[in-house]
Design a protein. Structure first.
Length: 345
């Protein structure tokens, strides 16, 4: 690689040094990279403005206009994140739960959610409402023109009534003749999320509450979230930033293929099973030409859009910012790969 590890201080920094044995002569340009740990996003922006750091992975929406107007900095939007690329914030249903195995309930949830509100209130308009299970950044495989449930709270109410969840005296619906659920039990679900995704939980609670679904937020650190969801399956719903990666075989198959149901983190959280979907993924993995592969992935998306094991909320690009004296960042090969440079002050 272009750099080698030098030191690590937990909660403080990681240091990398130029690898003199790198196989490309004269590269990389940077002598050293220091990755500083600054948990608060606002403090990160101040560190850039004060010259304490040269590069930010992501700039929160409220700070972007200020940095874009400042000649000392450069900004760019990208769909590549440190943890993956082409990411979609996605609600997972636990299909082993009696209330949620009914597709009418899942569809009601989808109709009750105002995804534009997620985009505007959480992402400050940076990104786009998800239009398909595969990111629009992967245009050749993206399910263009797919019919996903849009905001329609009247339809959500109708579906819940039809599924046996009735509005009676209280604000929360109760079960009347729902298979596997005690009569009179409330339609109450939990919603697991990383602490950083708390605003998603707040909107879920507000918007589903409007149609009679009680939501309890459960913020969990990543080290607890992963085994709770994938090993213990102790959840009703959650939100995960599922990154599609550069190819559906890498980042999409893991969400839907039944072979991906298990304890490995960030695989098939819903425990979704559909033999036709499995067969289409297997066929796509054996197909070389892009056009027929894309057609197979679009078939998959049509099926899962009907089954709704997940609700796809918003695509989440991010805005990078860096000192104007630096450049050469290539997010598709690693931001600090061989071409990155900073002119000496």
């Amino acid at each position: 690689g272009a750099f080698k590890a030098v030191s690590y201080r937990k909660g403080a920094e990681i240091r990398l040094a130029r690898n003199p044995a790198y196989f490309k002569q004269g590269l990389p340009y940077l002598d050293e990279i220091v990755m500083r740990v600054i948990p608060d996003a606002g403090t990160q922006v101040l560190a850039l403005e004060n010259g304490e750091v040269d590069f930010l992975w992501g700039v929160p929406g409220p700070h972007q206009a200020r940095l874009k107007a400042d000649a000392r900095f450069r900004t760019a939007q990208t769909s590549y994140h440190p943890g993956g690329s082409n990411c979609i914030m996605t609600v997972s249903f636990n299909l082993d739960r009696p209330a949620l195995e009914d597709a009418r309930v899942r569809r009601a949830v989808a109709h009750a959610l105002d995804r534009d509100a997620f985009l505007k209130q959480i992402l400050f308009g940076e990104g786009r409402v998800a239009a398909a299970p595969i990111s629009s950044e992967m245009a050749w495989a993206h399910g263009r023109g797919l019919s996903l449930p849009g905001l329609d709270r009247a339809e959500a109410e109708r579906l819940l009534d039809a599924a046996g969840w009735k509005k009676e005296q209280g604000a929360t619906r109760v079960a009347r003749g729902v298979a596997g659920v005690a009569d009179g039990a409330p339609l109450a679900i939990d919603f697991l999320h990383f602490p950083a995704f708390a605003k998603y939980g707040e909107l879920m609670r507000q918007q589903l509450g409007a149609v009679g679904i009680e939501v309890t937020q459960r913020p969990l650190e990543p080290s607890v979230f992963a085994p709770t969801v994938f090993k213990n399956r102790a959840f009703d719903t959650n939100v995960i930033s599922y990154c599609n990666g550069p190819d559906p075989e890498i980042g999409v198959r893991r969400m839907y293929h039944s072979s991906q149901i298990g304890t490995a983190p960030f695989t098939n959280a819903a425990a979704y099973r559909n033999d036709k979907v499995d067969a289409l993924f297997d066929q796509a993995s054996r197909t070389v030409e892009r056009a027929p592969r894309g057609a197979l992935y679009r078939q998959i998306q049509e099926i899962v859009a009907q089954d709704l094991p997940y609700v796809w909320l918003v695509e989440t690009p991010t805005t990078r910012a860096w000192a104007a004296r630096c450049g050469g960042f290539r997010p598709w090969t690693g931001l600090f790969a061989e071409a990155a440079f900073c002119k000496r002050s």
